[in-house]
Design a protein around this ligand. Structure first.
Ligand code: ATP
Ligand code: MG
Length: 349
C-alpha cells in the first residue's frame, strides 16, 4: 500500500482535489492500485483550524508519505492574518528540500486552437521547464532595503547546480534527449558557473544534446517557436518568469501541473496556478491541472505508466468531443468534465 498525503488547501483547491481523487479512485479500480489518502490542512485552512499555515501534523504526515498531492493555497480572506497562507507551502518545500520543480507544457491538438497564440505556432509544443527551487536570488544573503538603497544577492554553489542539471538531463533521456540550459552568462557570475557545470554534467550524458541560451533570447523563442524545446533547465528566478510565460502557450493556467522533487524524500505534485478565489465554489474551475498533477505522480513516484496513459487518453478524448471548461471558452462544469473523463477511462482500459 502507498500513502498519499492530501493537501486540498484553499479556494478552488478542495474542489479540484475532490475531482482529481475521483479520477484516481477510478484508476485504482481499473488497475488494482492500492493508494491510501491521508488529508491534512495547509495554508489558509490551517490558519483557521490550527493557527498556523503548516501545522506539525501536516509536516509529519507529508514526511512519512510516499507522495504528496497539493491543490492550491491562499486567498484574500487571509490578507490580514499574522502569517501568510503561502508561507505554509514555502516552509514545506524547504523542510522537504524540494529543490527541483518540473513543469511540463504540452499542447493537445484538440485544444491548440484555444491558445491566444497562433495555432500553427503552438501545435505540437511539448517541453518541460526544470526550475531550481531552493537557491539563487530568492534566498541569497545579504538582502536588505535601507532607505533609498536595496540589495539582493544571487548565490549558487556548484553542487546545487550539478544536482538540478543531473535532474534535467535524466528527464531529457526519457524524452527527445535535448537540454536547453538558460542563463545570463554574458553578465552574471552565477550564470558563468551555471554554464560551466552544465558542460561538466553533459559529459555524464553523452546521449543528450546540450544547448545554451541567454534568458532574454529564450523568452522570445518560447513564444515564437515553442516547439524547438524539449527540456529547459534554469535557475530559480528565470524559471519562475519563463514558466509563467510558458503557461500562455496552451491557453489556460488550468491545464498545467507540476512536480517538485528532493534528493530522497517524497515528491510533491501540484497545479502551477493559485487558489483562484474569483471562481471558487462555482463548479467552473478546470480540474485538468490537478488531474495531470496526479498522472505525474503516478509516473514519477510510482512508475504506473499504464494508469497515467489511460487517464491522459481519457482527458484527450473528452476535449476532442468539445467538452471543455469555461477558462478555455467551453461550458462544461468542473464535475461534468470529471464525470466525462471517468466514463472515458473505462473505454480506454
Ligand atoms: P497566486 O498568487 O496564488 O499564484 P494568482 O493571483 O496568480 O495566484 P491564480 O489563482 O493562479 O492567481 O489565478 C489566476 C487566474 O487564472 C484567475 O483569474 C483564475 O480564475 C484563473 N485560474 C486559475 N486556475 C484555474 C483553473 N484551474 N481553472 C480555471 N481558471 C483558473
Ligand atoms: Mg500566480
Amino acid at each position: 500500500m502507498k500513502n498519499i498525503a492530501i493537501l486540498a488547501g484553499d479556494g478552488i483547491g478542495p474542489e479540484i482535489m475532490a475531482q482529481g481523487l475521483k479520477v484516481l479512485d477510478k484508476a485504482q479500480e481499473l488497475f488494482q492500485l492500492d493508494f491510501a489518502y491521508h488529508p491534512y490542512v495547509i495554508g489558509g485552512a490551517a490558519i483557521d483550524e490550527k493557527g498556523t499555515p503548516l501545522p506539525e501534523e501536516t509536516l509529519a504526515g507529508c514526511r512519512t508519505s510516499d507522495a504528496i498531492l497539493l491543490a492550491a493555497i491562499g486567498g484574500p480572506k487571509w490578507d490580514d492574518a499574522p502569517e501568510r497562507p503561502e508561507q505554509g507551502l514555502l516552509a514545506l518545500r524547504k523542510a522537504l528540500a524540494l529543490y527541483a520543480n518540473i513543469r511540463p507544457i504540452t499542447v493537445s491538438r484538440h485544444t491548440a486552437h484555444l491558445s491566444p497564440l497562433k495555432e500553427a505556432i503552438v501545435v505540437g509544443s511539448d517541453f518541460v521547464v526544470v526550475r531550481e527551487l531552493t537557491g539563487g536570488i530568492y534566498f541569497g544573503e545579504p538582502r536588505e532595503l535601507i532607505d533609498s538603497q536595496a540589495v539582493d544577492t544571487c548565490v549558487y554553489r556548484a553542487e546545487e547546480i550539478r544536482r538540478i542539471m543531473r535532474k534535467a538531463f535524466s528527464i531529457a533521456r526519457t524524452r527527445r534527449k535535448k537540454v536547453t540550459s538558460v542563463d545570463k552568462s554574458n553578465v552574471l557570475a552565477t550564470s558563468k558557473l551555471w554554464r560551466r557545470i552544465a558542460e561538466e554534467v553533459a559529459l555524464e550524458f553523452p546521449d543528450v544534446t546540450l544547448e545554451h541560451q541567454l534568458v532574454d533570447s529564450a523568452a522570445m523563442v518560447l513564444i515564437t517557436k515553442p516547439t524547438v524545446f524539449d527540456v529547459i533547465v534554469t535557475e530559480n528566478m528565470f524559471g519562475d518568469i519563463l514558466s509563467d510565460e510558458a503557461s500562455v502557450i496552451p491557453g489556460s493556467l488550468g491545464l498545467l501541473p507540476s512536480a517538485s522533487h528532493s534528493e530522497d524524500g517524497p515528491s510533491l505534485y501540484e497545479p502551477i496556478h493559485g487558489s483562484a478565489p474569483d471562481i471558487a465554489g462555482q463548479d467552473i474551475a478546470n480540474p485538468l491541472s490537478m488531474i495531470y498533477s496526479i498522472t505525474m505522480m503516478l509516473r514519477q513516484s510510482f512508475s504506473l505508466h499504464e494508469a497515467a496513459d489511460c487517464i491522459e487518453a481519457a482527458c484527450d478524448s473528452v476535449m476532442a468531443q468539445g467538452i471543455i471548461t469555461k477558462d478555455l471558452g467551453g461550458t462544461a462544469a468542473t464535475s461534468q468534465f470529471t464525470e466525462a473523463v471517468i466514463q472515458q477511462m473505462t473505454l480506454k482500459r
